[in-house]
Design a protein around this ligand. Structure first.
Ligand SMILES: Cc1ncc(COP(=O)(O)O)c(C=O)c1O
Length: 370
């Protein structure tokens, strides 16, 4: 089987984790939590970084530190993984679903403004599959209506966006807060884990405190709690793995870019396939290679997925429209026609860092034969 997206473990993972085991520093204390946060914020170029137990808890924490709660609305795409949406409900607020663009699969900024009301407090742009949301016009809207931007950069780690002043910024560092995931299928992994980044010192401190049960340790080692926090911290043993993974991140991004280049080259002339073009103001990390199967391809997207399976190739359809699922269908939304179309036609192809050229040729050959 050629898997969809599996981790690449080739660096200091064994060494650092062994050190945790040998020294007994496997849990909340130990040097790797601080080191991972420090190196991550240096890599991403943000002043604050807080490790969490997963990407979902990072988004939950972001909403909490920004004071979003009951009676508030948060604008989020319907085409995303459910973890972009559930934390909005965890804090008692309501999601408002916005459509995505046909050619980039990410939030369509031109459809955001009509959804803003006096209840709107934040927008969650999701850099889906590594494709950057057009952040400049979104920032303009957020400033006009005094809204927070929480970037769901879980799939965009390593992608960059060119601001109007010509400066390139990494996904997750453009809004007020950025959130990342280190789930097993992500660009770098800790098995399960996440990170919250921000340039606001107060928000960073508050996030760290809330992620560790808002615990204050007195001189006599007694615990006091000045807020209702969460156990969202990452254990030292996982941070050790994260640090080792981060040491190879540039190599992983280069590998994914090369995979995307080869896929593009081999698929661009096949009738009925629409490829997504990287825009001038973005550098994609190509976390998951994505394309659209149009009506004139001859077979449907789902028929293609089954054919691929018969050939031992794992693929995945795009995320399904969240606004149509039972727990979410009563929330406000705009016209979501592109989301609904892409949900039927979009497909992700194998994208592991360690994917071999021969495997890409095989995937493309099967598509071509069909
Ligand atoms: C778009 C998106 N948001 C949020 C998450 C949540 O991350 P986690 O699974 O680490 O909670 C993921 C990944 O799983 C994701 O793909």
């Amino acid at each position: 089987m050629i898997p969809l997206c599996i981790p690449e473990i080739k660096g200091n993972e064994w060494k650092y984790i062994k050190e945790c085991l040998d020294t007994n520093w496997v849990s909340s204390s130990g040097k790797y939590v601080d080191l991972f946060e420090e190196r991550f914020k240096n890599y991403i170029e943000s002043s604050q970084a807080v490790v969490t137990m997963n990407g979902t808890s990072a988004i939950h924490l972001a909403l909490r530190v920004l004071g979003i709660g009951e009676g508030d609305e948060v604008i989020v795409p319907s085409m995303t993984f459910i973890a972009s949406v559930n934390p909005i409900l965890y804090v008692g607020a309501e999601p408002v679903f916005v459509d995505v663009c046909k050619d980039t699969y990410v939030m369509d900024i031109s459809k955001v403004e009509s959804l803003i009301t006096e209840k709107t407090k934040a927008i969650i742009p999701v850099h889906l599959y590594g494709n950057m949301v057009d952040m400049e016009p979104l920032i303009e809207l957020a400033e006009k209506y005094n809204l927070y931007i929480i970037e769901d950069a879980t799939e965009g780690l390593g992608s960059e966006y060119k601001m109007n002043d010509g400066i390139w910024k990494k996904a997750g560092t453009i809004g007020h807060i950025g959130c990342f995931s280190f789930n097993g299928n992500k660009l770098i992994t800790t098995g399960g884990g996440g990170m919250l980044v921000t340039d606001n010192i107060d928000l960073g401190r508050k996030a760290k405190s809330l992620s560790t049960q808002a615990k204050v340790v007195e001189d006599n080692n007694a615990f006091f709690h000045d807020d209702i926090g969460y156990n969202f911290r990452m254990p030292n043993i996982l941070a050790a793995m994260g640090l080792a993974q981060l040491e190879n991140i540039e190599e992983y991004i280069s590998a994914k870019k090369e995979h995307a280049r080869v896929y593009d080259e081999m698929l661009k002339n096949i009738e009925g396939i629409s490829l997504s073009k990287e825009l001038k103001n973005e550098k994609r990390c190509f976390w998951l290679y994505a394309l659209v199967i149009e009506d004139d391809f001859g077979k449907s997207r789902d028929e293609l997925i089954l054919e691929m399976k018969k050939n031992y190739i794992e693929t995945r359809p795009f995320f399904q429209p969240i606004h149509k699922m039972k727990p979410y269908k009563d929330f406000r939304c705009g016209n979501l026609c592109v989301t609904e179309e892409l949900a039927l036609k979009g497909i992700n192809l194998p994208s592991s860092v360690g994917l071999k050229k021969q495997e890409i040729y095989k995937v493309c050959q099967v598509i071509q034969n069909i």
